[in-house]
Ligand binder design. Structure first.
Ligand SMILES: Cc1cc2nc3c(=O)[nH]c(=O)nc-3n(C[C@H](O)[C@H](O)[C@H](O)COP(=O)(O)OP(=O)(O)OC[C@H]3O[C@@H](n4cnc5c(N)ncnc54)[C@H](O)[C@@H]3O)c2cc1C
Length: 261
């Protein structure tokens, strides 16, 4: 089985700051990480590789420095890593991102059986790229997946829902988005880290995809961001001072006055 895992390099959100003038994320000097649920998707692929002998390809679309994320995936145990980087891809919304990713899957991995994504990226936060990629590939998809079993070309997956789970069967090729409850991503081994820093990261540009420039990046993005606002803090709140017991008493009194308890 040939697996493609789509990963995104994201800013470590605890450190994110917004430019007060342009209202965009300040990325300079902000540490980047693999989107956490994408690590769960990598772990799922590596578990399937151990169980069924799959090949694990990892792909990211991003700037040249996103190769660090791919090297980490390689150190975890991925077989091959691909960086999709081209000025034509810049400024893509989720639709144009999915267009580029799905075209790369069709052209570079024509025999792909399974595409794995994280459920959601912690910066863009839309959870749209996985479903849109499946739609553009014309393959079945299941979101919020916790467990995967493979029998021939049939997948049996457990999908997390509120208060339980659903068992769904589908055929390959298919796309699954993986939730953080699925597993605990492994740490790269020391030798894996050394090997990953020597390993070849293959590059995919629009010369490989041959998409019209109007279908990519900002030009190919139907979403138009009119403005971005940081909400004002309207209420100053009330701070109780004193020892913890007195503070709790004051808080309880305030809640009672408002008929909240
Ligand atoms: C008009 C517009 C312009 C934008 N310009 C830029 C820009 O210049 N630079 C920029 O970084 N962002 C830009 N964005 C944000 C960009 O659209 C999103 O970062 C991107 O489409 C992913 O969406 P998301 O973060 O909501 O991911 P989600 O949909 O939440 O991600 C779900 C999963 O999809 C996969 N995935 C998501 N993105 C990628 C990727 N790039 N490569 C591989 N797999 C992926 C991962 O598995 C991830 O877990 C722009 C958005 C808009 C609306």
């Amino acid at each position: 089985m040939n697996i493609v895992v789509l990963i995104k390099q994201v800013p470590d959100t605890n450190e994110v700051r917004i430019d007060p003038v342009t209202k965009t994320l300040i990325r300079q000097g902000v540490p980047s990480i693999i989107n956490p649920e994408d690590k769960n998707a990598i772990e799922m692929a590596l578990t399937l590789k151990q169980k069924y002998g799959c090949k694990v390809n990892v792909v990211t679309m991003g700037p040249p420095q996103a190769d660090v994320a791919l090297r980490e995936a390689m150190a975890m145990g991925a077989d091959e890593c691909y960086l999709m980087t081209d000025r034509a891809f810049a400024g893509a919304d989720t639709y144009a991102t999915a267009k580029a990713l799905s075209t790369a899957i069709k052209k570079v991995f024509p025999d792909c059986d399974l595409v794995l994504c994280g459920r959601q990226a912690i910066d863009g936060d839309t959870a749209q790229v996985g479903p849109q990629t499946a739609e553009q590939l014309g393959i079945p998809q299941v979101t919020y997946v916790k467990e995967v079993e493979v029998t021939g070309n049939k997948l049996t997956v457990s999908r997390a829902i509120e208060n339980g789970h659903e068992i769904i069967e589908l055929s390959t090729p298919a796309l699954l988005t993986i939730v953080k409850e699925a597993n605990k991503p492994r740490y790269p081994s020391m030798s894996g880290i050394f090997d990953a820093y020597q390993a070849e990261i293959k590059t995919i540009t629009n010369d490989d995809l041959k998409l019209d420039n109007g279908e990519l990046g900002l030009k190919g993005s139907p979403t138009k961001v009119v403005s971005t606002e940081t909400p004002d803090t309207q209420r100053s709140g009330e701070v109780f001072t004193g020892n913890p017991k007195d503070c709790c008493g004051q808080l309880a009194q305030r809640l009672k006055q408002r008929h909240l308890i």
